[in-house]
Design a protein. Structure first.
Length: 605
């Protein structure tokens, strides 16, 4: 765009016209139309999400994950749960007693002291750890990568040097100590097939030997050229992959048994098959189908991975704090302990008790233009049927406050984000402009045939054909259909409509008068019966050409029908100009010359 003073004034005129039309649309209450409101609401929902998160923190987490994803770590683990039954019920929220906590605390101190004295990590894992696999792996978890562990545990292991041991880390489940024993460049993910000859944990030597012999014979058959898919379907005991020829879901580091992963990731190239090896499930034969790299240019989306991981909650919590601050949310009820007592009674009995502090239908939080009632809070808690402890109520209270602040922020997003306000207003005003132009200009210009004919009569000499031709235009889906259409035209051009039946109806044919400048060929070549060279579209490979039926080498007047497209455009211009003149009278516009001059100066320098 040019920044010359005269051009700036032209842009200003266009902007003034735009604003005048939008104001007219508001005066006509077009913004209250149901269609308008639905379109604007849909657009709002599409664009508001990026404004409802802590993007800076999300970007930091993404960069951190990408960096960590460059390598895999081999780690060992000692786990001391608060309660012994956690190992059997890891998905159940188990509240430890003070005695449980004290016992776990004492045990982790013992482990830490023994490690400081140089005791072997594996021996201590066998003696102390409650990890179910510790009896076979001696605490060695194998290789893990980013997202393999919960984020708080990942933060413990990634800073460790090789052979370094972490300080005890306390999670909601218990105590953890990690040792990093190795690291390597990230292996990525693997598509693989497997044949599993299962062995029950209670099986004796005879059954184990029989399974091992079968695995060896299948491996020898594969080396001799047998089909992996057929043998997997016939012999594999893995219900998840046997039916698909042994094909497993894509496997990433830290997702399967360490022994299984180590063997699979040790295969050097696609197509390699590992000799039978044993795990707690039985004997495996695995084939590497494809290595999926985690290089920066791969399709792996770090941002999506972070946004769907629990670590994204950090950005969510951070944004909630921002919302509480920006919205000016006030806590009306300050005695939280009394609130939780009142809440507990309601959860237990669904009835409200007397409280000197908590009032029926009282206000819990207050925003500048909204109040959140205690009843809303009670309904929120009751719907979650929580454990009735003060600690749980505290967590729910914080979550409720965060959710309410974000909801209010979302509802009033224009007040808090100038960028969102600009995008939202631009779309809304663009929609209103389209609606008002359709009503005041476009519909009338295309439907008022009397006005169009009068305009044609007034300036008939304006509508002329330059050098032109009657032509048949063909667009075929590919070269074969184009050749067939060309042959048909050369045989009988009057029967051009039938060409559309060629190519299963995918060939498009049209006839009309066109100016020479619209025909993609040197005009000196044009003559009756001429077919232009076939043009191939590089994107969809469709083929187009033009057949010349008749030539008009001189200017000639256009009929009303031929000129109708131009007439509609001219009538639109006429209607719009008249309407804008009326709008300028109705809404006088004043331009501040000082600001305009400063703008001229700024843009032209």
């Amino acid at each position: 765009a040019s920044n010359k003073p005269e051009d700036i004034k032209n842009y200003l005129e266009l902007y003034v016209r735009f604003k005048l039309k939008v104001q007219a649309a508001y005066d006509m209450k077009l913004d209250t139309l149901l269609r308008q409101q639905e379109e604007v609401m849909n657009f709002r929902q599409q664009i508001e999400e990026p404004f409802l998160r802590d993007n800076a923190m999300l970007n930091d987490l993404t960069a951190e994950a990408a960096k960590r994803g460059e390598k895999d770590l081999r780690i060992s683990h000692i786990f001391i749960p608060y309660r012994k039954d956690y190992a059997a019920n890891p998905s159940v929220q188990l509240i430890p007693s003070p005695a449980d906590s004290a016992a776990a605390n004492q045990k982790i101190k013992e482990v830490q002291e023994l490690l400081k004295k140089g005791e072997d990590f594996g021996k201590l894992a066998l003696a102390y750890s409650s990890d179910p696999a510790v009896t076979t792996n001696k605490g060695d978890l194998g290789y893990i990568t980013v997202f393999s562990l919960p984020y708080q545990l990942e933060n413990v292991v990634y800073p460790l040097a090789i052979n370094a041991v972490s300080e005890p880390y306390r999670s909601t489940a218990g105590w953890h100590i990690f040792k990093k024993t190795d690291e390597r460049k990230a292996k990525g993910k693997i598509k693989a097939q497997q044949i599993l000859i299962a062995v029950d944990a209670q099986s004796g030597p005879v059954e184990k030997n029989k399974a091992a012999a079968l695995a060896d014979s299948l491996y020898n058959a594969l080396k001799a050229g047998s089909s992996f898919e057929t043998l997997a379907s016939d012999y594999s005991n893995d219900p998840g992959s046997a039916g698909t020829g042994g094909m497993m879901p894509v496997i990433g580091v830290g997702e399967y048994d360490a022994e299984f992963e180590n063997k699979l990731f040790s295969l050097a190239k696609d197509g390699d098959i590992a000799a039978p090896f044993e795990t707690s499930l039985g004997y495996h034969i695995v084939k590497r189908k494809e290595l999926i790299s985690r290089e920066p240019d791969s399709e792996y989306s770090w941002k999506y991975a972070v946004s769907t991981d629990k670590r994204a909650d950090l950005a969510k919590r951070s944004f909630e704090k921002t919302c509480i601050q920006k919205t000016g949310m006030k806590k009306i009820v300050r005695d939280e302990r009394e609130l939780f007592r009142y809440t507990d009674s309601f959860v237990a009995t669904k009835k409200k008790i007397f409280s000197p502090v908590i009032k029926d239908n009282g206000v819990l939080f207050e925003f500048p233009a909204q109040k959140i009632t205690i009843q809303q809070w009670l309904d929120y808690v009751a719907a979650r049927n929580p454990e009735r402890t003060e600690e749980i109520y505290k967590k729910l209270y914080d979550a409720f406050a965060g959710e309410m602040s974000v909801a209010y922020y979302r509802k009033n997003l224009e007040k808090y984000s100038p960028e969102f306000k600009a995008q939202y207003a631009e779309f809304m005003e663009g929609n209103l402009l389209f609606e008002v132009m359709e009503r005041k200009v476009w519909n009338k210009s295309s439907s008022d045939s009397v006005a169009l004919k009068n305009l044609y009569a007034r300036q008939k000499s304006k509508y002329k054909w330059s050098k032109s031709a009657d032509a048949i235009m063909v667009n075929a889906p590919e070269t074969t259909e184009a050749d067939n259409a060309k042959s048909a035209l050369l045989g009988d051009p009057k029967n051009w409509r039938s060409i559309a039946e060629l190519g299963a109806g995918k060939t498009i044919v049209d006839s009309g008068r066109v100016e020479w400048s619209q025909i993609p060929v040197n005009s000196d070549l044009l003559k009756v019966g001429y077919i232009t060279p076939m043009a191939v579209n590089s994107e969809d490979h469709s083929v187009s050409f033009t057949y010349i039926v008749n030539l008009y080498p001189s200017e000639s007047p256009k009929s009303y029908e031929d000129a109708k497209g131009q007439l509609i455009n001219d009538y639109q211009t006429e209607l719009e100009a008249k309407w804008v003149t009326e709008l300028k009278k109705k809404y006088p516009v004043k331009v501040n010359p000082v600001v305009l001059d400063s703008l001229d100066l700024e843009l032209t320098n």
